[in-house]
Design a protein around this ligand. Structure first.
Ligand code: FE2
Length: 417
């Protein structure tokens, strides 16, 4: 792995400088738009896959043995077939939205960066362009924060920067996640050649150019992984015949346990640019809910004393990972479906989870909680709507001040072409 972040520069003053992000002046050279994906390091990997894939209906988009193959042969001999693979799963069109890695594999690989023992391998936020990933990495590094690496991974094709929060949770900023279309096909392995372990030079070719090059090189671009599922059951789900009585349609919020709430709050607001939506407290355990758009919150930080209060395992770095169901009826059906197949419902005080109306928490086989809901409060900024400026575009300024909710709504999901 090439480390392009060996020497930490003197901390730069972030208080006043503004950055041109596509002609809009922002306090940092990137804007987190939303949670893109998340990853667990699973102890009980077979059971965890059964819970999320068979139970909740996530779809496997790819399985890769590249990381497990880095382990010494004697360590690999101890791995089960599923532990020898990374499992990339999705519920929508993005190549991966939840990634599962064996904790045995992660604990070995994580020795090199201090993340061995972590239950989470990534908390991954989408920014608006590749330039935001690259310029954001340089800026974050300049703030004295710890960057793990920049580059591009396969499968998934997304460009990224990995960085640590003060607690050691690995965050990722990304652009350009591969999109899975109606045919369900992921890119073939012959197109996994763009792995890069250093900050890329810009510009990079568009995806359309990469596909054209692959075709010119004789790659069968339709030879990638496609899930083959034979429905065991069928349910009428709001007019569509489905294998289970609900459909997951969204991921997030992420709820992290932190030892030092104020330090974590500083990092996620001052460095990553989240806004504090609300402070919460229950039974002496404090938390802060943070937003990056119109959803009530995308991230929750809770003091880690809450972990014991909820009866969660000591290795759980997060309180919960949220999934949005398509509607209220499907939310109820999802909880009933999972409980019927053995999941345990865990009571979380409503004071800790404002922003939802009905919300349920289920324990997965490793003791992580899934947070199921169908509704999150949508929040608009205070203050007047900026005046509209229409027409005479040739006279508009080169750069403009940012409206308070700029880039806070919908975002283009995949790579540009
Ligand atoms: Fe990622």
């Amino acid at each position: 792995m090439t480390d392009t972040y060996e020497r930490q520069p003197a901390k730069q003053d972030a208080s006043s400088a503004l950055h041109d992000v596509g002609g809009v002046m922002l306090a940092r050279p990137f804007k987190i738009r939303r949670l893109g994906h998340f990853g667990y390091n699973a102890v009980n990997l077979d059971d965890v896959l059964d819970f999320y894939v068979e139970g909740l209906g996530l779809i496997i988009s790819d399985q890769s043995g590249t990381m497990p193959a880095r382990l010494p042969a004697e360590e690999q001999d101890q791995l089960t077939p599923n532990e020898r693979l990374l499992h990339f799963t999705r519920f929508g069109s993005e190549h991966h939205q939840l990634v599962f890695i064996s904790s045995k594999v992660w604990d070995w690989v994580g020795q090199s960066n201090g993340s061995a023992g972590a239950s989470i391998n990534q908390v991954t936020w989408q920014v608006g362009s590749l330039a935001e990933v690259v310029d954001g990495a340089a800026w974050i590094w300049g703030q004295g924060e710890r960057i793990l690496r920049s580059g591009r991974d396969m499968p998934g094709s997304n460009w990224h920067t990995y960085l640590f929060d003060p607690e050691g949770h690995i965050n990722e900023l990304f652009y350009g996640m591969e999109q899975i279309g109606w045919d369900g096909l992921s890119k073939p392995r012959e197109m996994w050649s763009g792995v890069l372990n250093e900050r890329p030079s810009l510009p990079q070719p568009s995806e359309a150019t990469e596909v054209a090059h692959a075709q010119a090189a004789g790659v069968d671009v339709s030879s990638g992984h496609r899930p083959h599922r034979v429905a065991q059951k069928s349910y009428d789900v709001d007019g569509v015949t489905m294998e289970r009585p609900f459909k997951i349609v969204g991921i997030g919020p992420v709820s992290l346990f932190v030892a030092e709430l104020d330090d974590a709050r500083r990092f996620y607001t001052e460095v990553l640019g989240f806004d504090v939506r609300r402070e919460v407290e229950w039974a002496g355990h404090r938390g802060v809910l943070l937003s990056c758009g119109t959803d009530h919150h995308a991230l929750a930080l809770y003091e880690d004393s809450l972990r014991d209060a909820l009866g969660m395992a000591a290795r759980c770095d997060s309180m919960a990972l949220g999934f949005r169901l398509a509607n209220y009826r499907q939310l109820r059906a999802a909880v009933a479906h999972m409980v019927a197949r053995g999941a345990k419902e865990v009571s979380v005080a409503p004071e800790l989870v404002p922003g939802f109306d009905y919300v349920a928490h289920l324990s997965d086989p490793d003791g992580n909680l899934v947070q199921l809901y169908y509704y999150q409060r949508q929040v608009a900024p205070d203050g007047p709507v900026p005046p509209a400026v229409a027409g005479a575009a040739h006279s508009w300024p080169d750069v403009i001040d940012a409206p308070p909710d700029v880039f806070g709504g919908q975002v283009f999901l995949g790579p540009w072409e």
